[in-house]
Design a protein around this ligand. Structure first.
Ligand SMILES: Cc1ncc(COP(=O)(O)O)c(C=O)c1O
Length: 446
């Protein structure tokens, strides 16, 4: 059998030299094999090698495409491209929030005795006052959290990581909505956990699909975002929450409910209200306040508190003492609530700008969310659209970053609305809208 590597090298050279251009579709493997006089299995290894080198991307049902050479993040984590308008990461900041926070934290910094409390290491359970404050802060009508079931981490990522690590051992299966928060993919890889994609419909996670997948090969747990799902912006209806809760109870499965964006839809009940014994809630202050001064919170059913606490310790995911003291004050005195109210208004305003600028395009977005999902008009592909946007100074995220199975990513991009000033957002959205209507051929030849 012919060695596939020299053929892969030659094709890689053609891509590097621009003889095969970004966005171009490679011939189907059988045709490529005929052209090269090689076996189809060798052609298949050539393509697999190019995928491994990150030069091409295989999209189920569409073919294999040359990837753009512009830096395209498929991690969904990290730094936005240098100098680009950041529509990739959501870092909301309300005007004047630093002043409000400074005022609220002054007593902590002025009083050595008060600060002293924040200088010590923090156990996952924090201390009684912090747990009581967090319980009051997170509870809502119909859903009261027992303070003794609350644990603290540095941020939401760590809260999610600890909850998953507590439930799922290396080699076991975690069910995840087929499009999901990219960090969960990284966490699962790090923890040696196998992610199993779960079907979704217009109401989010499909409970029948969850039951079917679990019956075929049991899952150990589920990670989901019932409220303002990232990236799709979907929120489960009450009926859907009840249906998912029924499946969890029936199969004695535990869900990790990510509520990091839940504060933008404050009226929505959590899944945990419907399935309190089968849900671990992960939440944080990073979006409500700021990633630089944040606190992660995990609320677990009583029988799982020890396991989550052990996972926080062994993962080294504890909060710092200062963050715990500062954030407890900011939650207790209403500062977080004031900033949250400003961000709810801000998100709604940004969605209005989005609807105006992208009118006529296929956009899915909740009017309360800080993100939107744009399905690209043919013949755009997400990879080339992201590169084209970058060449126009805008960073966005391709669907593949969120796809649990990368070859099955839809032809779409996520637009994060929170980070730039509204005027910058408005002009960036106008540029994206023009680009989407222009088409890849016209962009390439410009
Ligand atoms: C769905 C979701 N969960 C968790 C997080 C992470 O939260 P934190 O920034 O507190 O680590 C994010 C951040 O974007 C997110 O989108």
């Amino acid at each position: 059998m012919k060695d596939h590597r020299p053929i892969a090298d030659a094709l890689a050279e053609d891509i590097a030299a621009g003889r095969v251009r970004a966005g171009e579709r490679l011939p189907p493997q059988r045709e490529f094999a005929d052209q090269q006089g090689i076996a189809v299995s060798t052609a298949s290894r050539v393509y697999a090698e190019l995928v491994r080198r990150g030069l091409v991307i295989g999209e189920v049902g569409r073919g294999t495409f040359v990837r753009s050479t512009a830096p395209v993040s498929d991690a969904g984590i990290g730094e936005p491209g240098d100098g680009l308008v950041d529509l990739e990461f959501n870092v909301p900041m309300a005007p004047g929030q630093a002043r409000l926070m400074a005022r609220a934290l002054t007593p902590l910094l002025r009083s050595p005795a008060a600060l002293e409390g924040g200088l010590h290491p923090v156990p996952p359970a924090g201390h009684t006052a912090a747990r009581r404050t967090a319980s009051r802060f997170l509870s809502r009508r119909g859903w009261r959290l027992d303070p003794d079931t609350i644990l603290f981490t540095g941020n939401g990522k760590q809260a999610v990581g600890a909850a998953i690590a507590a439930l799922v051992a290396p080699g076991e299966r975690l069910g995840v909505e087929r499009l999901s928060y990219p960090v969960v993919k990284r966490l699962a890889a790090r923890l040696g956990i196998h992610l199993v994609p779960l079907a979704m419909d217009q109401h989010g996670l499909d409970p029948d699909a969850l039951a079917r997948v679990h019956r075929r090969t049991p899952l150990r747990a589920v990670y989901c975002q019932p409220t303002l799902h990232n990236p799709l912006g979907l929120t489960m209806t009450r009926t859907r929450r009840e249906e998912v809760a029924a499946v969890l109870r029936r199969y004695d499965l535990v869900a990790v409910e990510d509520r990091v964006y839940g504060f933008l839809a404050a009226d929505t009940a959590p899944l945990a209200q419907s399935a309190p014994d089968h849900t671990i809630v992960a939440d944080s202050l990073s979006k409500r306040l700021a990633p630089g001064l944040s606190l992660g919170m995990v609320a677990a059913p009583a029988r799982l508190v020890v396991a989550v606490s052990a996972a926080i310790r062994s993962g080294a995911w504890s909060s710092t003492g200062f963050a715990l003291e500062a954030c407890t004050r900011l939650m207790a005195d209403g500062t977080v609530a004031t900033i949250v109210a400003a961000k709810q208004r801000d998100a709604a305003e940004r969605q209005r700008v989005l609807r105006q600028k992208l009118a006529g395009l296929l956009v899915e977005a909740d009017p309360r969310a800080y993100h939107a999902w744009l399905t690209l008009p043919a013949p755009w592909r997400a990879d080339t659209f992201v590169a084209a946007a970058a060449s126009r100074g805008i960073a966005i995220t391709p669907a593949v970053a969120f796809a649990v199975v990368p070859g099955h990513a839809p032809n779409a991009v996520r637009i994060a609305l929170a980070s730039p000033a509204i005027s910058t957002l408005s002009s960036a959205l106008q540029r994206l809208s023009d680009l989407a209507r222009l088409g890849p051929g016209e962009w390439n030849t410009e």
